[in-house]
Design a protein around this ligand. Sequence first.
Ligand SMILES: [Zn+2]
Length: 358
Amino acid sequence: MIKPVKPDGSWLIELDNPLEVGEIIKIYIDYIVNLPAQEAAFGYTALQVNFQNWYPFIPPLDIQKGWIVNDYSPIGEYIVSEKADFYVDIRSNQNVIIAGAGKEVVNPDNSISFTHLNSRDFTFSASPEYQKISTNLGDLSITAYVFSGNATATKELIRNTSAALIYFESIYDMRYPHKTLNIVEADFPDGMEADGIYFLSTDYLNNYDGTHRNYMTILSAHETAHQWFYAMVGSDQATTPWLDEAMCTLSEVLFFEEFYPSDVDWWWNYRVDYYSPSGKVDISVYQFDNLRAYINSVYLQGVRFLRELRTRVGEEFFIGAIRNYILENKNQIATEDDFFYQFRLFDINSLKERYFSR
Ligand SMILES: [Zn+2]
């Protein structure tokens, strides 16, 4: 039977009889998505249609707390999903270019079949305006879908994303699991991660100034890092957003330390100190009423905490602990306890007291 579970109108299918262990059930859902007219990763503008979190899915089950179905939040992300295999056929009655995650095959009728295995989500975008620019890294291809515009910025965007991907594979000691990584120029503010694909606002491409001291460089590293912290190691994006966001902000620092060491101090000033962030790191997305306050607490205080943790335990131990955290929580949904477990040999209570509320 189907019954509503949330006041926001979301629905949960409840089986009349619980599934036995090993029993399989197939559920077919026929539905129409009403894509809202909004500048967002789920919405459309005059330039593009974006489909993120557009399909029904089975939420994760916490044995103690039940189904993890978080309320909608206008700030940050709130969906928690387990990994799944996606087979998606997309057919358009418009002359558009489709940017989707995973492996794609163009069929004789011009529909596209996407296969995206062991993925946290399946996100796609379409526009008649996309120009497709690719580079190959061995058997991996990185493709940017951009609007006609800044060729220099696009080239640099792909170059930084490629460098970030190779570097994170090395420092986190864990391969990126897919053969494609797509970047979509977004007709909406900021950036947005998804598994195998990410959005980056057109503002950042337009403001690219030819140096490394800009948000296009910073965020291409950040969004690429989400392939490890979100896509690979999942977490509850609503209740513990710092687990992926602070780690991706730390990844920005590591990226700058590796490739643009003379810009590391600039990064701390421009990205963090300028905003004089305060507040606790472990706050849920529901406790903020504006994006800046959310970023200051979760991302910026988060990366300050990680910097102090790194100093406290030492460089070698710190990187080893992050590697272990990824290895042990790969393809799962990690918790704060899973993170702190890696640092159990150290007394970090004073640090936690300063940066954490619980
Ligand atoms: Zn992020």
